[in-house]
Design a protein around this ligand. Structure first.
Ligand code: MSP
Length: 515
């Protein structure tokens, strides 16, 4: 049975060696916006996030904290769960790689790879970066002033030599290149795809997929000396959550394959290793891997050692959740790197949210309150300016859909705000406050048109600023079942004479404190 209207989206699972920061919040938020949009559009959505708890790095962090590794994982994993709540993330599941269901899935994929003849035992000797949990070739490294070696990410590397199982990645060079060319939008954005293709064209080497020098990982089936390489274990989370190794479950059949949103630093794992593992295990690769860029803080690279890590929870406390969500999604084209600054944040809050959208709604709703007894006004025949505004509002969803299908979240917001700007021009031009005495019937029509346009904008904005948009819809008395894209049509227009509650501003200005 085919499930045409399903949508499966995942965040990377977050390492529990660190406190949640803006990078984590950003990936989760982008997924949340896409998931909410699809739900509003009537799709059957499954949205997964979670924590990546195995590997040497996590074991080290627990040791450094002087805590039992599992106890350490429990506590940091909880921080990520809390971050999801604070960021208003609507995930349907939260996976932890230390859960039994995940051990079963990881061992399941291992067995499938063994059965298909893609795993062999050998010895690994080479460079390993603990911070990246990744193996590097000599020629990928850079040399520091004291002859120390660094990974391309800047992370230190160490030489390791130990028995290891290998995955025959080298035999997947051509199948992967074929796969990329047959699925030209498997990796997006295009510029990142080109980097991956160039890397694979360079030829792939077999990949070490087990370690023996520590034990915090999924035991290799049939060889308890080894634990699975943390990336093989971690990537498998995306199918664990659908029931793998049981591929007959309803969720597996319904949702796999899905869309993975990842940061650019982990694209290679998702766009090279993961589809190779899957194809080798006889499983369909994901639909797409979309790599977003990285944030800097007021022009500087974010790092713990610089002490400039941005705490998303603090941001939310300071600016409010909708403002943070809007800023992160609007400020930077999704896929590009971007810079966080308080100045830019305040400009977006006070300009786009408070002035453009908030003020439009507040003006219109207050006029309805004052001039129409707080009831949705009746309208007379629409003039061409009215029709134009309404038609533009009705068209928006079909213009935005393809943008969201290409993960162009910022473009969606540009379109939506362009429409809001039109509504602001319309209200200034029509000047309903003057019509009140000169032509009250016309005033009612103008206010009706505006309220109806705002209904459209608010329903579309639900994916990005769910709290504020819902409060706007409350003020328009839009019932819960009509808060979806199926209601973006004339058939669900506001009903004249409906009593509306007293309006309250939904997107407040941020007042800069004088110091
Ligand atoms: N555990 C792996 C992912 C395994 S997925 C099977 C991992 N975890 S992470 O916690 O280090 O990173 C998670 C995400 O945060 C990545 O997508 C990464 O790109 C993102 N970010 C970390 N710092 C960031 C910024 N400064 N800016 C934007 N995102 C960045 O990698």
């Amino acid at each position: 049975m085919a499930y045409p209207d399903t949508f499966y989206i995942t965040t990377p699972i977050y390492y529990v060696n660190d406190v949640p920061h803006i990078g984590h919040a950003y990936t989760s938020l982008a997924c949340d916006v896409l998931a909410r949009f699809k739900r509003l559009d009537g799709f059957d959505v499954r949205f997964l996030t979670g924590t990546d708890e195995h590997g040497q790095k996590v074991q080290h962090s627990a040791k450094a904290a002087g805590v039992d590794t599992k106890v350490f994982c429990d506590s940091v994993s909880d921080n990520f769960r809390s971050l999801s709540k604070v960021m208003n993330i609507s995930n349907d599941d939260f996976i932890r790689t230390t859960e039994d269901r995940h051990i079963a899935a990881s061992q399941g994929i291992w067995r499938a790879l063994v059965d298909a003849g893609h795993i062999y035992l050998g010895t690994y000797s080479g460079w390993y970066s603990l911070r990246d949990e990744a193996f590097y070739l000599e020629d990928e490294l850079t040399i520091g002033p004291n002859n120390e070696k660094f990974a391309p990410s800047g992370a230190p590397v160490e030489w390791i030599e130990e028995p290891s199982y290998f995955f025959r990645l080298s035999s997947w060079t051509d199948p992967l290149l074929d796969f990329y060319s047959n699925h030209p939008e498997f990796i997006l954005p295009q510029s990142r795809k080109n980097e991956v293709v160039r890397f694979v064209e360079g030829g792939l080497r077999d990949l070490s997929i087990s370690r023996t020098s520590f034990n915090w990982g999924v035991p290799v089936p049939g060889d308890s000396e080894h634990v699975m390489y943390v990336w093989l274990d971690a990537l498998t989370n995306y199918i664990t959550a659908l029931g793998y190794p049981d591929i007959t479950t309803d969720s597996y059949r319904r949702y796999w394959p899905g869309l993975h949103i990842v940061g650019k630093d982990i694209l290679r794992f998702h766009a090279v290793y993961w589809p190779a593992f899957l194809m080798a295990a006889g499983i369909e690769p994901p639909k797409r891997v979309y790599a977003h860029g990285w944030w800097t803080n007021e022009g500087h690279k974010i790092s713990k050692s610089l002490g400039n890590v941005i705490d998303p929870i603090q941001l939310v406390d300071m600016y409010g959740i909708d403002s943070v969500r809007y800023f992160l999604m609007r400020e930077v084209p999704f896929g590009n790197d971007g810079d966080f600054s308080h100045g830019a944040m305040i400009t977006r809050i006070n300009g786009d949210l408070a002035n453009d959208f908030g003020n439009l709604a507040q003006r219109v709703l207050s006029m309805i309150q004052r001039y129409c007894d707080g009831r949705v006004p009746a309208h007379s025949a629409f003039l061409s300016a009215d029709k134009e505004l309404l038609e533009q509002a009705e068209m928006l969803v079909s213009e935005i859909r393809p943008l969201i299908d290409g993960q162009q979240i910022h473009q969606m917001l540009i379109l939506l705000w362009r429409a809001i700007a039109k509504a602001n021009q319309y209200v200034d031009y029509q000047a309903p406050w003057n019509l009140k005495s000169t032509d009250p019937k016309r005033m009612e029509t103008v206010l009706y048109v505006l309220a109806e346009a705002i209904r459209h904008y608010a329903i579309l904005a639900l994916a990005v600023v769910p709290d504020g948009a819902a409060r706007l819809l409350d003020q328009l008395a839009v019932p819960a079942e009509s808060r979806c894209f199926a209601s973006l049509s004339k058939d669900h227009s506001l009903v004249p004479d409906t009593q509306l509650p007293r309006p309250k501003g939904v997107f407040p200005r941020y007042a800069v404190q004088e110091s």
